[in-house]
Design a protein around this ligand. Structure first.
Ligand SMILES: O=C(O)C(=O)C[C@]1(C(=O)O)C=C[C@@H](O)C=C1
Length: 354
């Protein structure tokens, strides 16, 4: 067998040498891009350009490697090249081991400085103050709906949504021993408890559930107390040395969370974008219909409409609306110009690649 493998491995060695050379040539060009950008103080991270590179890879891919695998590889290549220009700092809802941390690396690749924050508010503050270049905040879960604190903060912040990333959320029940004997409390973030409610009612109806600030915090508590179990992702079980008792206990197998990447700069059009809006209308019959009419008129599709009561107490609602297209596209610009006159509150949260 070794005899048969030798010439094939020689081929792989030779190809690897070429890949190595090409990767470093690519990195050198990225460094030059960095010099050009530094001269005019242009942003290093360009989500629009990265989306285009990844799209082109998928379009040109003849196989046998799959598009998802190739895009993962190219994301890391860009992440490494970008870090040669500048290693960006990304704030997220910590501690380390949360799904938010996973979203940071999924989106930016491994060559970033991930900065854990104690709350969603702190993530916004870090990005607003410039302590971090970007923030990653959960915006919506497919089982539990909107993350209210994020939506409230998006109303107030001067930051814009520059990208989004969605990751599968798989919850595991874990303890130090890998067993549930003697466990009196299950700790997790309230969202995770809600997402696993059906399963917990069925399997452990009599064990106390205790909401804590994050699943990673739950894992930390469980790592110090044999009588406590945690619900958390795989990263947290590894980080805190816990054994999984039951894997994938979320009620919805396709459970995903969408994260917004927030920053101080708007994202340029990439050719395939969407725009997130925050709107409010007066509580009158037909007001929502009237608000959305310009979208139909200019053939702009709406991909999400979510309502949320305003805090003023007079039964007004805020609407989080996603539409296809970038604010700089003509038809979007026109539709929004008309829509603006029909609402009492209007804010573009950001345009970014789909
Ligand atoms: O094209 C650029 O603007 C680059 O800086 C290069 C590059 C890349 O590696 O392809 C790196 C970082 C940017 O976010 C986008 C792309």
């Amino acid at each position: 067998m070794e005899k048969l493998l030798k010439p094939l491995r020689d081929q792989i060695d030779e190809i690897d040498a070429r890949i190595l050379d090409l990767l470093n040539r690519r990195a050198q060009v990225a460094q030059e891009v960095g010099h050009v950008k530094n001269k005019v103080d242009a942003p290093i991270f360009r989500p629009d350009r990265e989306a285009q590179v990844l799209r082109r890879i998928a379009e040109r891919n003849p196989g046998p490697l799959g598009n998802t695998e190739l895009q993962t590889i190219f994301k890391e290549i860009m992440s490494a090249c970008r870090a040669l220009e500048k290693k960006i700092i990304v704030a997220y809802l910590g501690p380390a081991g949360t799904f938010s941390e996973q979203a940071v690396y999924r989106y930016f690749g491994m060559a970033v400085n991930a900065l854990p924050c104690g709350s969603i508010d702190e993530v916004f503050r870090a990005a607003e103050a410039g302590t971090a270049d970007f923030g990653v905040v959960p915006i919506e879960n497919s089982t539990e709906g909107a993350i209210n604190r994020t939506l409230d903060l998006l109303m107030q912040t001067p930051l814009t949504i520059g990208s989004e990333v969605s990751i599968p959320i798989q919850h595991n029940l874990m303890t130090l021993s890998g067993k549930m004997d003697g466990v009196h409390t299950i700790c997790a973030h309230s969202q995770a408890l809600a997402q696993c409610q059906g399963w917990l009612n069925q399997h452990y109806p009599n064990i106390l559930r205790h909401a804590v600030s994050s699943n990673a915090e739950a894992a930390r508590i469980a790592s110090e107390d044999v009588e406590v179990a945690a619900i958390a992702g795989e990263m947290a079980s590894k980080r805190y040395g816990l054994q999984v008792v039951n894997a994938h206990i979320q009620d919805e197998p396709q459970n995903r969370t969408r994260f917004a990447v927030i920053g101080r700069k708007e994202t340029e059009p990439s050719g395939k974008d969407q725009t997130s809006l925050l709107l409010s209308v007066q509580n009158k019959a037909g007001a929502v219909y009237k608000m959305l009419e310009p979208l139909e008129k200019y053939d702009v599709s709406m991909t999400r409409l979510e309502s949320r009561p305003a805090k003023t107490g007079n039964w007004e609602y805020y609407f989080f609306v996603d539409i296809d297209g970038h604010v700089r596209e003509e038809k979007v610009r026109r539709a929004l110009a008309e829509l603006k006159d029909r609402v009492v509150y209007f804010k573009v949260l950001g345009s970014y690649p789909i």
